[in-house]
Design a protein around this ligand. Structure first.
Ligand code: COA
Ligand code: MG
Length: 272
């Protein structure tokens, strides 16, 4: 697959006041047809447990995206903290009880340097893209969304009705006010990816009622055009969070959300 470090992604770190560097790696999987041999070599690089999970996918594209997600995690962990490890010991990848992939940083407490103590990462895959991101001091979540209506929904109205309870009335107003159907769908998926990026950064999984979380944009900026967003949780501003939106191509959006590690869900935070 082609690897593309997207320039726009660098703004995430700049906005967060951290060092500018590679913060979002994207892999386009749409034309990836690995030989059986190459595929097995890649599968051999991940744990037995993750390998068995990936073998259960019915469609190759789902297996490919998930495998590449694991490989991006492996690469990111190796590059950031793996080289601190002496000899043959390696950082061990695991998942929280909410399924968020992590390195248990407590286990590495005496190995990684002070500036990597809060190192964390996240991956997402949808449509043609697999994306990974990391941060050394703030929690991060990434979400890729393809702008497409699910098959089986006869029109946009029906789809929006099904999703009604996940968004606030103010958010629906912005979605509906975006103009034609295409723009409404783009806005809708951007809100979706914004919510997912937060959920994935804090590591809470499906345990958060999505209408507690409200996203909004700078004055006069419409959701389908925005490159950043702001949020409130239960009406309180999440002022120390940054949400950056970018499009790797015209059919997808990617949101990277970063926030203070104190906001991590308990099940995630206890591993720091
Ligand atoms: N927190 C953070 N990351 C998680 C996670 C969690 N609790 N659980 C899994 N992940 C990671 C894994 O790396 C996973 O990859 P894998 O499936 O290959 O192991 C990856 O996130 C999947 O992310 P993504 O590709 O964006 O999938 P998703 O959007 O379908 O699921 C979830 C994301 C699992 C974290 C979860 O939020 C979910 O199931 N959401 C349901 C969708 C929904 O209703 N969204 C409403 C938005 S308005
Ligand atoms: Mg997603």
């Amino acid at each position: 697959p082609s690897m593309a470090g997207i320039a726009a992604a660098n703004n995430v770190e700049e906005a967060a006041g951290g060092p500018v560097g590679r913060v979002c790696t994207l892999v386009n999987v749409s034309n990836w047809e690995p030989s059986a041999e190459a595929y097995n070599v890649l599968l051999g690089m991940i744990s037995e447990k993750e390998k068995n999970r990936i073998k259960k996918f019915r469609f190759p594209i789902d297996a490919h995206r998930s495998l590449l997600g694991r490989l991006l995690i492996r690469d990111c962990v190796e590059e950031n903290i793996g080289r601190h490890f002496p000899g043959v010991r390696k950082p061990v990848l695991t998942r929280t009880s909410h399924n968020k992939p992590i390195v248990n940083m407590l286990e590495c407490a005496n190995i990684v340097s002070q500036d990597k103590k809060r190192f964390n990462f996240n991956v997402s895959h949808h449509g043609s893209w697999v994306a990974s991101t990391f941060h050394n001091s703030r929690i991060v979540g990434v979400d890729v969304m393809k702008y497409e209506r699910p098959k089986g929904c006869k029109d946009l109205g029906e789809y929006f009705r099904l999703m009604k309870s996940s968004f606030l009335e103010k958010e629906w107003k912005l979605i509906r006010g975006s103009g034609n159907e295409k723009n409404q769908l783009v806005s809708f998926y951007r809100f979706w990816a914004l919510k997912e990026s937060y959920i994935k950064a804090v590591g809470v999984g499906l345990g958060l009622k999505l209408d507690r979380l409200e996203f909004f944009f700078d004055d006069g900026v419409q959701p389908h055009q925005a490159t950043k967003a702001h949020a409130r949780l239960d009406g309180q501003p999440l002022s120390s969070w940054e949400f950056v939106i970018f499009e790797p191509d015209e059919a997808h959006c990617i949101v990277v959300g970063t926030g203070p590690w104190e906001h991590a869900d308990d099940e995630f935070g206890k591993h720091f």
